[in-house]
Ligand binder design. Sequence first.
Ligand code: ADP
Length: 430
Amino acid sequence: MFYDSRRNLARWFTLSMGSILVVYTGAIYYQKITDELEALDRLLYKKAALMAASVQYEMIEGRLQIDLDNVPLLGNNPQALSTEIVYARWYDPKGQLLQFYGMPPKKQLIVANEFVTIKTTPVRMGRRLKGEWLRQVTLPVQYKGIAIGHLQIASPIIPVKEKLREFLLLLTLCVPATLGIIGIGGWILAGLAMQPIRQAYDQLQRFTSNASHELRTPLAAVLSNAQVGLLVPLEPEQQHHYLEQIVAAAKSMSTLVSNLLLLARHSGRLARESLKEVDLTSLLHELADFYTAQAAEKQLSLKRDLPQLAVKLIAEPDLVRQAVVNLLSNACKYTPTGGTVKLRLFTHYHWAVIQVSDSGVGIAQADLSHIFERFYRVDTKQSHSAGGFGLGLAIAKQVVAAHGGQIKVTSVVGSGSTFQIELPLRRCER
Ligand code: ADP
């Protein structure tokens, strides 16, 4: 599936970039043709202007006499200008041919346009009839504002064609090579783009299989206890025992399902309507009161270090409560009898900091980077007997992240752990 998507992405990338490249190359080629023709036209115009400057005029009896003797090619020295000129023609102002050099022209001037590309009448060359492509300029020549004639010259277009052929060859080599590079780039980019999707997919698969695995145990307990209860007639106490087992399994499933729902519901941004002003000081006092009783049952001492003043921020109160509850219940779970659990609240710059520390079993360095992952449980006797699902810290982390905060942990095996929630004191309008 991922391979196919990556291939499709790479293909579409190459196709779109390739089309842009081809259009761009076409534009460059067109520009090159225009540039080369312009250069040839400039040269041709210069030569025509040079020739026109050599024309001499005389006023004889009020009439203008034109002398072309000193004009290169047309005058007495036909080779004087350049051999690149295929023909040169002089027409009078009415377009009648007066003098020419090279190919014999029509008697009347036909093309009055300045620059044109023309093909000469084909001549037989071996088996083939071949005409030559020429660029022709027709220059109207004036004397004191009076038209005295037209000068028409032409030169072969072959050098331009040669240059363009070389350029085209270069493009034909470069375009496929660039397309190849684009293809490879597209493949690499598609791979990079697929990476987060693949990770999310793997995570989802892991999550689904973990969730089903966790649900299987209580479900099996419900099924086996119910089956035993139905098989044989039981004494009321025995019946009570099996029903208790079923209730315990159902409770466990219900906790798991509500945890999963919590994770699913708050995976993105928080709803604006659910945000309220929360007084962390009183919230933590309330939780500390509740957990003091719980801790006392396990002969733990719960200390609190909360500020006198209210520490207020905008948050979703139930979620913040859930995150702190998860930390407090873990601290109580993983601290042996006689230990201490401490709840602290203080502000640091623009942050409200909640610290839950304990003198419990601690967490090994290797596990610290994983404990916030969903369904991760440290493989210790305490974790097994505590019987959690490995979702408490994942929920706490997600809740804190949704509020724009962060959660940190430091721990020493055998000495205890400190979990720290940092929430921004600014309005949590994320
Ligand atoms: P669980 O519900 O299994 O406790 P958590 O996500 O809350 O899941 O915790 C993940 C793991 O981190 C637990 O299996 C436990 O081993 C370890 N852990 C969490 N809090 C503490 C703590 N205060 N002291 C020692 N270990 C802890």
